[in-house]
Design a protein around this ligand. Structure first.
Ligand code: DGY
Length: 326
């Protein structure tokens, strides 16, 4: 009997790929960049399973062409690239990869917090471009001063797995934690994390660092807009490792240029890849990295294993563990 067919839109770590190959007939898009739309629309015509990335648009047009498709195993925790309600209507299972990238993303959040508050990128440039040498002093009381974290308030927007892992790290830095989420944490968890619930407005007004960890949906699109950026302290920083469209980029550029806030650490953007001549790249008070929240060997291997497990469990007639359209 022939094996069911799976199309994978990019090479994934071999631990997962080899496992998938044991059970499925697999085709992998061979390039570094995403398969062009026409190719993807052609490839999905004859497959049972699809391994997609956040860069693949899985909409009604694609789902209508994928007549045999039974499962989409997304290689990410976020799945805002997939028309979930249409997939559900068509009876297509959708799974994701929660849990395994929590720590990597929380680590990157802290890397960005420290990089922007301690001006690490600016300081590195200062050495490399000769500014330090030209200053003719090895040390100066006023050189590259930043902000200390101890005793400062971290405002976490979205207190899911990643938000809580960020709070856990903030405890080590002796920060105070405010959080905003549609769901309040149980009192024991608030106590464990020393986190206090706040309205979004209160969080923005009181925090020294605001960090975004919510998913992208209709209610979080441009959640951080001009009005909300103006509510933040002039000395505060904003960090986004969630999804670019949660912040209105034009409003953020204005806020950074006009000093409504002190700086930003960004891993995600409204349009990716971010063009190298984008206005954000011209600003010193921003640290920019290219959507690498989950970019560790541990997380990406874990994601590959989850993608494989979800497909295999489905094939064996069981409910995939990370089904999102239950
Ligand atoms: C996700 O999983 O949603 C990240 O953005 C990529 O790992």
């Amino acid at each position: 009997m022939s094996k069911p067919r799976v199309y994978i839109t990019r090479e994934i770590p071999s631990v997962g790929l080899e496992l998938i190959k044991k059970y499925f007939e697999v085709e992998v898009w061979p390039e570094y960049w995403a398969p062009p739309r026409e190719i993807l629309l052609e490839k999905v015509k004859n497959i049972d399973g699809l391994v997609s990335l956040l860069t693949d648009k899985i909409d009604a047009e694609l789902l209508d062409k994928a007549k045999n498709l039974k499962i989409i195993s997304q290689y990410a925790v976020g799945y805002d690239n997939i028309d979930l309600s249409y997939a559900t209507k068509k009876g297509v299972y959708v799974t994701n990869t929660p849990g395994v990238l929590t720590d990597s993303t929380a680590d990157l959040t802290f890397a960005l917090i420290l990089a922007i508050t301690r001006r690490i990128v600016e300081a590195d440039k200062f050495v490399r471009d000769g500014s330090w040498e030209r200053s003719r002093t090895g040390w100066h009381p006023l050189m590259l001063l930043g902000m200390e974290l101890k005793g400062k308030t971290l405002g976490i927007i979205g207190m899911g797995r990643i938000g809580r892992a960020v709070a856990q790290r903030a405890l080590g830095f002796e920060m105070n934690i405010l959080y905003y989420d549609v769901n309040k944490l149980p009192p024991e968890e608030e106590k464990r994390l020393n986190a206090q619930y706040a309205s979004l407005e209160e969080l923005l007004e009181k925090s020294d660092v605001v960090s975004i960890h919510t998913d992208l949906n209709k209610s979080t699109y441009h959640l951080i807009n001009e009005e909300r950026l103006k509510r933040m302290k002039k000395t505060a920083y904003i960090i986004n490792v969630a999804r670019g469209p949660i912040i209105d980029t034009q409003a953020l550029v204005k806020a950074l240029k006009e000093g409504w806030i002190a700086g930003a650490g960004l891993d995600v953007f409204e349009s990716e890849p971010l063009p190298s001549n984008h206005e954000l790249t011209k600003l010193n008070n921003v640290v920019i990295v290219p959507h690498i929240g989950s970019a560790t060997h541990e997380a990406r291997n874990g994601m590959a294993m989850k993608v494989a497990t979800n497909l295999i469990e489905f094939l064996n007639g069981r409910v995939p563990p990370d089904l999102v359209n239950k």
